[in-house]
Design a protein around this ligand. Structure first.
Ligand code: GDP
Ligand code: IMO
Ligand code: MG
Length: 424
């Protein structure tokens, strides 16, 4: 599986696409269209939100697992955009157990953020939190409900009975009409989705039992995890490796490799603590050179030096087997390069992640400086051709993390990577 080790946008899509070449199935297990995964293949850019990043290969079955929350209109738009670009989505399978994001979820996300004012989370305003909240409250509608109009209307009636007064009385918003919503989803979305709805858990196990290769694609990342991230500045799902067991219905013994995708620096979009954030010209340089603007929301991402305190924590919680380090090329012009190796909290050195949120807010990074390579890496295709300083930087990350790097990204293109296996 492929998981993010930071606050998202590490380049999971790029490496999922790369690894999918040798896979039979690529499965999303959590999140929704808050994700934005960018693939650049032969000069063509694909921005995926719900469709798994294996979709570009005709031999791969892309699958959306039960743990994902799906806005059917967004999914159908994405399928249309891919089809217009010549990508066939006919093989896409969608779990009948996945929950639906409906328009009231999105409205609630927007008004709740507005209500929080200065304390807002900076969500993607896609309705993710409200949809997962309904799932936990057991009032959510699922993909399979689309197949039974009577049940769909009944459930919508029950949930709107509560949401409409909330929207009207607390947030001064117009209520939603049951019939209008039901007709829209049952008449517009259901006919197009029906053929894709499947027992994805059964299909994953059939594939595994048949000796096929299955890749699980994480969205968001370790530090946006509802349980393990910087709560409350997190998403509402479990992107960590353990999330795959619940979100795709596979036991932990089926996962034989967990690849942690790590940017060579770090970024965050939205609110929340960020010990290594750079608000100076180096931060601006990382934003400009790394093109750090949201794939879908276009928001400017906050950037900083790599934080190995966070990385070590991600290695533990996800039991990472190896790292895929992306965007090494973005550091090409920087010298020296800093890496955070520990925090200072209230005058004390801390080598591991503080569990107390307010300590993370107060943490001051302790940096080590490494020499830059001042060379354009974007055309480097094998490890032996890396400048010594770049090799040393990668080795330093491996040492700090305690796991090896296996892949290194030197540009957005599918071909711009180095296999970081030992030099022969
Ligand atoms: P994801 O959400 O983890 O899939 O990452 P995003 O797609 O949101 O953001 C990563 C961005 O970096 C995308 O624009 C990618 O095309 C780009 N990218 C990925 N790997 C590399 C790399 O090694 N070098 C550079 N320069 N860009 C990369
Ligand atoms: P990918 O898969 C970066 C962030 C939002 C916000 C917080 C909660 O592309 O890495 P939400 O809408 O999920 O309730 O927002 O999580 N966030 C992401 N940041 N990459 C993502 O996905 C993100 N998905 C959510 O900015 O801070
Ligand atoms: Mg992204």
């Amino acid at each position: 599986m492929v998981v993010g080790t930071q606050w998202g946008d590490e380049g999971k899509g790029k490496f999922t696409d790369l690894l999918a070449r040798d896979m039979d199935m690529v499965v999303r297990y959590q999140g929704g269209h808050n994700a934005g995964h960018t693939l650049v293949v032969e000069g063509q850019t694909f921005k995926l939100q719900l469709v798994p990043s294996g979709v570009l290969y005709p031999h791969v079955t892309p699958m959306i697992g039960n743990g994902v929350v799906i806005d059917p209109r967004v999914l159908l738009d994405e399928v249309d955009r891919l089809s217009a670009a010549g990508v066939d989505c006919g093989r896409l399978k969608i779990s009948g157990n996945a929950h639906l994001i409906l328009p009231y979820h999105q409205t609630l996300d927007v008004v709740a953020e507005r209500h929080l004012g200065r304390n807002k989370l900076g969500t993607t305003k896609r309705g993710i939190g409200p949809a997962y909240a309904d799932k936990a409250a057991r009032v959510g509608l699922r993909v399979q409900d689309l197949l039974d109009p009577k049940i769909f209307r009944e459930k919508l009636g029950v949930v709107l009975h509560e949401k409409n007064p909330l929207l009207a009385k607390v947030y001064n918003r117009l209520p939603f009409d049951i019939e209008t919503l039901a007709n829209q989803y049952l008449e517009e979305c259901r006919p197009r989705l029906e053929a894709h709805i499947a027992d994805t858990v059964g299909l994953v196990h059939d594939a595994l039992e048949g000796g096929q290769n299955v890749l699980f694609e994480g969205a968001q990342a370790m530090f946006l995890d509802l349980d393990h991230g910087t709560y409350p500045f997190v998403t509402s799902s479990n992107p960590v490796a353990g999330g795959v067991c619940v979100g795709a219905g596979v036991g932990p013994r089926h996962i034989d490799r967990v690849i942690g995708v790590t940017k060579a620096y770090i970024s965050r979009v939205g609110s929340g603590p960020f010990p290594c954030e750079l608000t100076d010209e180096i931060g601006d340089h990382l934003v400009d050179v790394g093109r750090e603007y949201g794939t879908n929301t276009k928001r400017r991402r906050r950037c900083g030096w790599l934080d190995t305190v966070m990385l070590r924590h991600a290695v533990r919680v996800n039991s990472l087997s190896d790292l895929a380090i992306t965007k090494l090329d973005v550091l090409d012009a920087l010298d020296p390069i800093k890496v955070c190796v520990a925090y200072e909290v209230d005058g004390e050195r801390r080598d591991s992640m503080p569990y107390h949120q307010s300590e993370i807010h107060r943490a001051v990074p302790i940096y080590e400086e490494l020499p830059g390579w001042c060379t354009d890496l974007s055309g480097v295709g094998d490890r032996a051709a890396l400048p010594r300083e770049a090799e040393d930087y990668l080795r330093f990350i491996e040492e700090q993390a305690g796991v090896p790097a296996s892949l290194v990204g030197v540009g957005p293109g599918r071909d711009q990577f180095i296999s970081f296996s030992p030099v022969s």
